[in-house]
Write a protein that binds this ligand. Sequence first.
Ligand code: ZN
Length: 638
Amino acid sequence: MIAPDTIQQILSVARIEDVIGDFVSLKKRGVNYIGNCPFHEEKSPSFTVSAAKGIYKCFGCGKAGNVTKFVMEHEHLTYPESLEWLAKKYNIAIANVQLSPKQIEEQKSREQLLSLNQLAKEYFVEQLWNTDEGKSIGMSYFKERQLSEAVMKKFELGYNPDSEQAFTNYGQEKGFTLELLKSSGLTTQQRNADFFRARVIFPIHNVSGRVVAFGARTLRKDKTVAKYFNSPETEVYHKSKVLYGLYQARNPIAKNDFCYLVEGYMDVISLHQGGVENVAASSGTALTIDQIRLIKRYTQNIVLLYDGDAAGIKAALRGLELIIEEGLNLKIVLLPDGEDPDSYMHKHGAQGFNEFVLKNAKDFIRFKIQFSIEETKADPYRKAAVTKDLITMFGKIPDGFVRGEYIKEFCGLMQLSEEMVIREVNNLMRTALKKNAAIPSEDASLLQQQSVSNFDQTTQPDFFHGNPDEEQEKNIIRILLEWGSKTLSNNKTVAEFLFDEIEISLIDNVVCAKIFNQFLQEFEQTNSFDSSSFINSPDEEISAFVAELLKDQYLLSPNWESKHQIFIKDREMNFEEDVNSSVHHFKLKKLLKLINQNLQKIKTEKNLEEEIQLQYIHLQLSVMKADLAKASGTVIRK
Ligand code: ZN
């Protein structure tokens, strides 16, 4: 968690016109700046930035916010990640709170590895562009592969000279220890030599643009040397959690709403050069669940580009069920025999490439069904094995309707009894469900902890009709009355913020809902509000409720404080924190309630099809819960 002082420092240094200016060409107009909106396509600029107010607004698509909101939306980052992004831009060291000495040590060593990688990248780039060896060997290789200088710069390609210790010595001169050089993988363990010597270098970035590792290709003809290899796993590089090219591709992926997946570095780079920028590569490893989830941040749609030889296809078909399981849509495009994306793009250009993809993209599941059946034709004994394999795949399709359609198609083609296949698939899913039974119990216990009320029933009148969410709902009304007209750092008033964040139908308490609704209506009509009108409301239920609420706010606070460890020094000064944590706890409570209701349904549901749907809902709710905790930047204390 980033320390409040650091957050304040970041926000005071970051200038909105400067940050947005990195992505949008802004022209000064009067007191504001204006440019073409980066969030929607437009010809005449309607995207306005007010430097004085620190906000942006697009009059075309309605996107608006402050500087962190812009970074979050544009770079697809969470709130803490966007602060880190800004800190990096303005060279602000991030101070964290609540870290143990061990965590601080780990963070320091991660930071050291990242700065070493940064130094190495700059060194490799320098070698490629400005030394005789780099130019005659590295550069001529890239030129032979027809790469433009622009794309080489975009991907920060480099070269490590053919010398035993050139980089290792350089790194030490710059103050990095031999030990760190070894643990980064840039220097070998035994001989203290450069790991990547005489290779062209492909830096591997994480989603926030920092170099976490390197891929390297030898230029020697010697067949005993591995053509490509990568940095070993380090504290900052877990290869199963990184996709090559995703950093450069993330905005194009979001814009096009799909992502091409290819195999190698050169495939990614060639497609970029041809103008197809929504592409990433798992680079040599089988696709992992973490990589798929990375893509899922930007799109639900994946198009796999594969060279079309039979052995390769069979290997590829295996790992891809993970994508289906995550509920993503997967299409597959097989390139003509002997072609890879790199060679195809060079031969046919972007237009030819796009036409080919459009004509040849196949639905993955349908493709796999047809491919498998094709195989059994030559070998009838394989029919049983193939059926079993496909039944496993059907069992992984989360959507019941979609699953049914594919089963129908498959049974038609194979002349199998649909009923039999459905029974088999259901059995399989039931077994898989039992394996997952651990998740619900964890949520159930969390729910129990949350519903322990710290509300002292004996001193309070019964306004709440036994509603278990009283405290969170009451707190929303309290901050609405107490802080409603104050302005938050996102330039919204507290009332506006609450109207955006709180779904009124989720408020169960009748009086709370009534007050919230009345407030909302008054605000919509007059664009202002008067809290005191509620204290003197002619509606007795409301006036009594509000009086009680304001009276016991000082009783409530100490409880709230000790329970959630929110240290309120000065209510007035910390109203924003009060607002955010109240909204957070309201949402968490409602989410936990939905999770619990869903779990109850799962317990009693007899129909397997329904049960699977509920199980799927459970997963989605759990993800929302995790996201909520992450977005708030706070730890949910038990
Ligand atoms: Zn717009």
